[in-house]
Design a protein around this ligand. Structure first.
Ligand SMILES: O=P(O)(O)OC[C@H]1O[C@H](OP(=O)(O)OP(=O)(O)O)[C@H](O)[C@@H]1O
Ligand SMILES: O=c1cc[nH]c(=O)[nH]1
Ligand SMILES: [Mg+2]
Length: 217
């Protein structure tokens, strides 16, 4: 399985990651959402380099220009609710992509133990298509795995891109163990070393859904 960690090279993407992590900056909700979206845009561009391309003859007012454009049929899937601004970043670049939405939430049994519940899925058929599953946080990897299982009720993709902003080392290893090795790539902006007792990523950024949309009761 390929793992692409953007943090290993210097680019402006790291500025956006710094801002969403920074406790002095991250509470500006508009900036937080926009930064997550911008990271999605940059990741979409990088992922587009892996697509299949063919040359099309494009008629201009003055002649014919051969242009190599992508042929993949894309499905961009996201996990509600923190995934929404990240998803929008991908959609800003992949104009004609089909889209899927899955709900996943942690139902706490006590302050430390929780199950992940999937209650909603809206998805096209995904057979033979390029599936990009977007979620800014990969903590245990449980939401991503269950969302993928839910997507499999809609068919089998030709290739899978798991896109996140901050992933824990544990989640990266978990995803590598449960996703098909030969057709999955994990893309992330950083890989953090730890999870705390509540399975939050450390140093991470806190609760991405709350930072983007406000605290839930
Ligand atoms: O890897 P995991 O341990 O499953 O945790 C990651 C999940 O946590 C966040 O969502 P959250 O459950 O906080 O819901 P929200 O988006 O509604 O805030 C995040 O967007 C992932 O979906
Ligand atoms: O660190 C974490 C873990 C789960 N959900 C988040 O938003 N952040
Ligand atoms: Mg979630």
């Amino acid at each position: 399985m390929k793992i692409i960690n953007f943090n290993e090279s210097n680019s402006v993407l790291n500025q956006y990651v710094a801002e969403i992590r920074n406790v002095e900056v991250q509470n500006d909700r508009l900036r937080f959402r926009r930064n997550i979206q911008r990271i999605g845009e940059i990741m979409a561009y990088e992922i587009s380099k892996t697509f299949s391309y063919s040359v099309k003859d494009i008629k201009t007012p003055l002649g014919i220009a051969p242009v190599s454009t992508p042929d993949n049929q894309l499905v961009i899937s996201t996990i509600l609710r923190a995934g929404l601004p990240f998803h929008q970043g991908f959609l800003s670049y992949f104009d004609d992509a089909e889209n899927a939405f899955v709900s996943a939430y942690r139902k706490y049994k006590d302050t430390l133990k929780f199950d992940i519940h999937i209650e909603y899925i809206a998805s096209p058929r995904i057979d033979g298509k390029t599936l990009i599953i977007t979620d800014p946080m990969l903590a245990t990897g449980g939401s991503m795995e269950l969302s993928y299982q839910a997507m499999l009720t809609k068919g089998h993709p030709a290739e899978i891109h798991v896109a996140s902003v901050i992933a824990s080392q544990k989640a990266v290893e978990y995803i590598a163990s449960v996703f098909p090795e030969d057709k999955t790539t994990i893309w992330c902006a950083a890989i953090d070393p730890e999870l705390n007792n509540h399975s939050y990523i450390v140093p991470g950024l806190g609760d991405a859904g709350d930072l983007a949309y406000g605290e839930k009761e």
